[in-house]
Write a protein that binds this ligand. Structure first.
Ligand SMILES: O=C(O)[C@@H](CO)OP(=O)(O)O
Length: 236
C-alpha cells in the first residue's frame, strides 16, 4: 500500500479572525502561505515523492496543495478536486465570529455542534445567498446532495465515500497520496482510518499545515501514523 499524507490547509484570513468559514471560499493568510511553504520544503528535503494529490473545491486547500507541490518540485503530478473533501458546511454559522456564537447559544450547544459528532449547526434557508445552490462550482451536484448545515457525521459520510471511491484505489496501486483539505473533513477521515468512536471525536484537533502520514498493510489496516516536522528534518 502507498502512503497517505493528510494536510489541513494553512491558516486562512477567517481562521485568523476566528470566524466560522465552512463552504465560504476564503483564501490563505500570509501565515498560511508560510505554513504551506514549510510543508513543501519538508517533503522535498525528505525526498518524499508524492504521486497524486487531492483537494476540496475550496481555494484555501487548493492553494495549500499547490504551494506544497511547488516547493517539493512536484507541480507536474495529477491533481484531482472534489466537493466531498470540502470543509463541513457550517450552515447559518458561516461568516459569524466563533465567540459571539458561543455567547448566543451557550457553551454546551456550541461545543456539541462544533466538536460533537451528530449535532448539525442551524441550516441555511433556501433563499440565503450563502446557500450552495448559488455557487456555480457546485452546479453539477444533485439538489439532495447540497449540504445546508452538516454535522461531523454527515461530513464524514461524503468524505469517507470519496476516500473509498478515489483515494484508496491509488493507495492500492502503491502510490503516495497527498490530500489537502479542512479541519473537519480531515477529522472525519482520521476518525475513519483510526476507528475513532463518536464520543472521542472532540479530542481530535487537526492543526494547520501539519503533514500527517498514514501507512497501511496489504489489507488496508493501519500500520503506522506520524507527522513530518521540521524537527525530523533537522534530525535527518
Ligand atoms: O470555520 C470552520 O469552517 C472550521 C475550521 O476552521 O471551524 P471549526 O474549527 O470550529 O470546526
Amino acid at each position: 500500500m502507498g502512503k497517505l499524507i493528510l494536510v489541513r490547509h494553512g491558516k486562512s484570513f477567517w481562521n485568523i479572525k476566528n470566524i466560522f468559514t465552512g463552504w465560504t471560499d476564503i483564501d490563505l493568510a500570509p501565515k498560511g502561505v508560510e505554513e504551506a511553504r514549510i510543508a513543501g520544503e519538508i517533503i522535498r528535503s525528505q525526498n518524499i515523492t508524492i504521486d497524486i494529490c487531492f483537494s476540496s473545491y475550496l481555494k484555501r486547500a487548493i492553494r495549500t496543495a499547490s504551494i506544497i507541490l511547488d516547493y517539493a518540485n512536484l507541480m507536474h503530478i495529477d491533481f484531482l478536486k472534489s466537493w466531498k473533501l470540502n470543509e463541513r458546511n457550517y450552515g447559518a454559522w458561516q461568516g459569524r465570529n466563533k465567540d459571539e456564537v458561543k455567547e448566543d447559544v451557550g457553551e454546551d450547544l456550541f461545543w456539541a455542534i462544533r466538536r460533537g459528532y451528530s449535532t448539525p449547526p442551524p441550516s441555511l434557508s433556501t433563499d440565503d445567498e450563502r446557500h450552495p445552490k448559488f455557487d456555480y462550482r457546485h452546479h453539477n451536484l444533485s439538489k439532495g446532495d447540497l449540504p445546508v448545515g452538516e454535522s461531523l457525521e454527515q461530513t464524514k459520510q461524503r468524505a469517507v465515500q470519496y476516500f473509498f471511491e478515489a483515494i484508496v484505489p491509488e493507495l492500492v496501486k502503491g502510490k503516495t497520496v497527498l490530500v489537502s483539505a479542512h479541519g473537519n473533513s480531515i477529522r472525519a477521515l482520521m476518525g475513519h482510518i483510526e476507528n475513532i468512536v463518536p464520543k472521542e471525536y472532540p479530542k481530535v484537533e487537526v492543526h494547520t499545515g501539519v503533514l500527517n502520514v498514514y501507512e497501511f498493510d496489504n489489507a488496508m489496516k493501519l500500520k503506522d501514523k506520524y507527522s513530518l516536522t521540521q524537527e525530523s528534518l533537522v534530525a535527518i
